[in-house]
Design a protein around this ligand. Structure first.
Ligand SMILES: [Mn+2]
Length: 313
């Protein structure tokens, strides 16, 4: 059986009901899981979240309800046997690119980010509700969140997997960011020593934090439960997302390091360029680019795992 990583099933709402179902409620999640399973896919992870900004930014009027919703999501995932929850600590603004159609070689186009493009961009509206927020505030809110949610995750047997800030810059339009270095991920682990407090190793972002991807994987490997396998060219303030095999990462040595992880973990293809004559509904998620990358990843891991096996004989 193949494995699936899902978003929250927002499209299963039932308009006849008096109390609207939320996508993190048991039944929408169950129907989603069944739909995938009947088609040969096992849902192993949810890479999506109920609103979290009240928790991240410490907004009192929002926080309680948001914590409740996350707890419900985790409990329902546990009941349904979905074992990994991917979340992030980006407040106000999620992952983003400032350019979506940069021409690249062979007729493809790529997405990119340049800090200069957003120099004049105002802070997100939610920041008005907070006033001043510092990096240490975000760390404290994260620690409080983990103290609340990790025992629930342990009980439900669902592992948390923090995705890095994307891009991993110290501040985005006036909003501080904290999950943007290898040391920050070590600090995350030290905030709560439970094995349920884990990491999504998004390689495109880690490549913007360090030149030593194998070293970063080895440092964090006990808590890596999910991997996004993609690559970039440039630095954290100005980069494009490349076709796999054409970026700055040494993919063979990265794969070797990932293969040293000896607990259950999953890897998926992430953003890719849009190839010539391909169609794309969301920049970064073209069909041909993703299919090309899946083939590349399968070939790479086949070759590297054979090499590792033969080396250990
Ligand atoms: Mn990612």
């Amino acid at each position: 059986m193949d494995f699936a990583d899902g978003v929250l099933p927002r499209w299963f709402r039932d308009w006849r009901q008096i109390e609207e179902e939320k996508p993190w409620d048991y039944e929408p999640l169950m129907r989603y899981k069944e739909m995938l399973e009947e088609n040969g896919l096992r849902l192993v992870a949810i890479e999506d979240n109920p609103p979290l900004d009240g928790i991240r930014l410490g907004i009192r009027e929002l926080r309680e309800e948001e914590l409740d919703n996350v707890a419900r999501l985790i409990e329902n995932m546990g009941k349904l046997g979905i074992r990994i929850w991917i979340y992030s600590w980006m407040a106000g603004i999620g992952w983003s690119r400032t350019r979506t159609h940069i021409p690249d070689r062979a007729g493809m186009y790529v997405t990119g980010f340049n800090i200069k493009d957003i120099e004049n961009s105002p802070p997100p509206a939610i920041l008005k509700r907070v006033g001043k927020i510092t990096h240490e505030d975000l760390w404290k809110n994260l620690k409080d969140f983990l103290d609340y949610i990790v025992p629930i995750a342990e009980q439900a047997n669902v592992r948390l997997a923090m995705h890095p800030d994307d891009p991993p810059i110290p501040e985005y339009r006036g909003v501080p960011r904290i999950m943007n270095s290898v040391e920050a991920f070590e600090r995350l682990i030290s905030l709560n020593r439970s094995e349920y407090n884990g990491i999504t190793f998004c390689m495109g972002n880690f490549t913007l934090m360090t030149d030593d991807i194998p070293g970063a994987v080895r440092k964090l490997k006990d808590r890596i439960y999910f991997v996004h396998f993609r690559d970039v060219r440039g630095d954290r303030y100005n980069f494009v997302e490349t076709l796999i095999g054409e970026g700055k990462t040494d993919l063979v040595n990265a794969a070797k390091a990932f293969l040293e992880i000896n607990h259950e973990w999953y890897l998926r293809v992430d953003h890719t360029p849009t190839l010539e004559n391909d169609i794309e509904y969301t920049p970064g998620y073209s069909y041909l680019g993703r299919i090309y990358t899946i083939g590349y990843i399968k070939g790479l891991f086949n070759a590297v795992s054979r090499e590792v096996e033969e080396g250990s004989k």
